[in-house]
Ligand binder design. Structure first.
Ligand code: ATP
Ligand code: MG
Length: 564
């Protein structure tokens, strides 16, 4: 009896933790609508992918995995105007990097142009599609609006024979762009405007990146997409909410084209983030206006930018899981993404010493010319990361903010007369400082106690402050880049004229930083915790062995708390 209860309990829990898409899939499988699960991610190669796409990729890939099904990467490249091979390559790299394995399941919608054409011919023969000579402007007028029903096109009742001939002529290049279109024959009085005889094929004398000049007619998205899904035997075609009103047309296309086991569209809410720009259109504008350094500028949330900044696929996955899948649009706090990368890196990465705003500390009683190599643990919370050797000597760099001549209350770092621990080294007592003619501190002085070496078991007394340092002779000078939100959310992302409300301080470049020598050996994308200063990553574009460049991924502290 007890055993049975436990089983029921876990079963119940499982049901509760499933998102609404999984519940729909369970139902379809239980009712025999489908006997397998097949999903896809269908990007249009007209830009780089961003964090919102990552959500869609991981959702679709995750479902395929959970149900033992398949996942396709399919380029939705049916519009020849905006698409570029550069984007095809970046998208493939990003999807792979996220860990969504598509193996040999890589498809291009443009390879289905012939089948799409045959579907159109099939509809014409059934009397479900017609060639229309109205101009784009007239079609819009005839369409009506939410309150007015549409008016039928005078060409609506052409015979299938006539339509077949005209459609073939369209294909054979006998008409100019816009001169004729093929329309589905559905219902001009439908309350859903998408169903008012939508255009399904247009003439466009344009070369396509994959098919070249083979076609001068191209299918419209609402016609092409369901056919692509059906050809690939997709079961659950997951898309974002703006397509909800298009679902009746999606269903009409797969039904009237008489596909067996047609796919089913399910919509979820897009992911939006505060303080950043998602949306290809806006990212593209920042890139084109030269406000950012390309699609992978670390201030952006394109996947390439997140990778360059130092984000890991694991952190992005954690973020997407935390956000969940929903039917209601909302914005997620950017701080949640930062929380995820901190959580992911905190035990995995060594904690190294780097000084971002240096001032010299001279330990006057440390023998001149002497150096030693100290064993410093890489991560106190994760002993598996081991120790490293850090050079120590008489002259060190410390952070300027770690010394104050006249400290406020509760300041436990260096001030005259105070003793602190130098991380992984000795106790030092501050004895004073030197200043330049403007009163700026140029050198801090102190004396050390040789008995207090870290790891020696010294227990004579305690100090309240520990500061980090880098030995001067072996220090490497590096550049560090600190980032802030690219748009100012508090004042609203947009200005009244529709331009983005940019934060002028989104990038700070520090050129006079000093790091322990081991850090200069980092390769592109290697990341570390810099004690007290945050997590940093070697920049993949600008860092060289001679002049290392680090991007701050995220600072260490945040007031962000996970929502319960
Ligand atoms: P954008 O609005 O940024 O231009 P898009 O929707 O035009 O993006 P596509 O390449 O057409 O980009 O989209 C590929 C897939 O990614 C689609 O299934 C789309 O619904 C999904 N997607 C796009 N943006 C988001 C987002 N913010 N959150 C979740 N999924 C998204
Ligand atoms: Mg799009």
């Amino acid at each position: 009896m007890a055993e049975k209860d436990t089983v029921m309990e876990t079963e119940e829990k499982e049901v509760v933790s499933k998102n609404f898409i999984e519940q729909e899939i369970d139902k379809d499988l239980a009712e025999g609508v489908y006997d397998h699960v097949q999903t896809r991610f269908p990007p249009e190669p007209n830009g780089y992918l961003h964090i919102g796409h990552a959500k869609s990729i991981l959702l679709n890939y995750g479902l395929a995995q959970k149900y033992g099904g398949k996942f396709n990467l399919r380029f939705d490249d049916t519009n020849p105007t905006k698409e570029k091979t550069e984007f095809v390559e970046s998208i493939m790299a990003d999807v792979k990097w996220l860990g969504a394995d598509f193996d040999d399941r890589l498809f291009f919608a443009s390879n289905y142009f012939e089948q799409m054409y045959q579907c159109a011919v099939f509809l014409i023969k059934k009397g479900k599609a017609f060639v229309c000579d109205l101009t784009a402007e007239e079609i819009r007028e005839y369409r009506g609006d939410f309150t007015t029903p549409g008016k039928e096109s005078p060409y609506r009742n052409r015979t299938p024979e006539e339509n077949l001939k005209l459609f073939e002529d369209m294909k054979d290049g006998k008409y100019r762009d816009g001169e004729k279109v093929l329309r589905a024959k559905i219902d001009m009085a439908s309350p859903n405007i998408n169903m008012r005889d939508p255009v399904i094929y247009r003439v466009a004398h344009m070369a396509h990146h994959n098919t070249g000049d083979k076609w001068c007619i191209y299918p419209m998205y609402d016609f092409a997409h369901p056919i692509e899904d059906a050809i690939e035997k997709i079961t659950h075609s997951i898309c974002t909410l703006e397509f909800e009103d298009h679902r009746p047309l999606y269903d009409w296309v797969v039904r009237e084209c008489e596909f067996e086991n047609p796919p089913r569209q399910i919509e979820f809410a897009k992911l939006y983030l505060t303080n950043v720009v998602t949306g290809k259109r806006y990212i593209k504008k920042l890139v084109e206006d030269g406000i950012v350094d390309g699609w992978d500028d670390p201030r952006l949330v394109s996947i390439a930018a997140l990778r360059r900044r130092g984000y890991t696929p694991e952190a992005i996955k954690m973020f997407v899981d935390l956000v969940g899948v929903s039917k209601a649009n909302s914005s997620v706090d950017y701080a949640m993404l930062e929380y995820c990368i901190r959580e992911d890196l905190k035990l995995k990465r060594p904690r190294m010493m780097a000084i971002l705003d240096p001032v010299k500390l001279v330990i006057d009683n440390y023998p001149e010319g002497q150096t030693e190599l100290l064993d410093v643990p890489n991560n106190l919370e994760n002993p598996e990361l081991g120790d490293r050797k850090v050079p120590f000597g008489r002259e060190l760099y410390i952070e300027r903010e770690d010394f104050m001549e006249e400290p406020p209350k509760k300041y436990f770092r260096m001030f005259p007369g105070n003793e602190v621990r130098l991380m992984g080294a000795y106790f030092v007592t501050c004895t004073g400082c030197e200043k330049d003619e403007n009163g700026n501190v140029t050198v801090v002085h102190g004396t050390y106690d040789p008995e207090t070496k870290s790891g020696s078991g010294f227990e004579g007394r305690k100090v309240k402050g520990t500061i980090h340092w880098v030995a001067v002779p072996t220090a490497r000078q590096v550049e560090c880049r600190l980032y802030e939100n690219i748009v100012d959310e508090e004042k609203g992302k947009m200005n009244e004229d529709g331009s983005l409300n940019l934060n002028p301080n989104s990038l700070t470049v520090l050129k006079n930083c000093f790091v322990e020598p081991a850090l200069a050996e980092g390769k592109a994308y290697d990341s570390y915790q810099f004690v007290r200063n945050g997590f940093f990553c070697v920049d993949c574009k600008d860092s060289t062995p001679e002049q290392p460049v680090f991007n701050r991924i995220v600072s260490l502290k945040s007031s962000f708390r996970l929502p319960k």
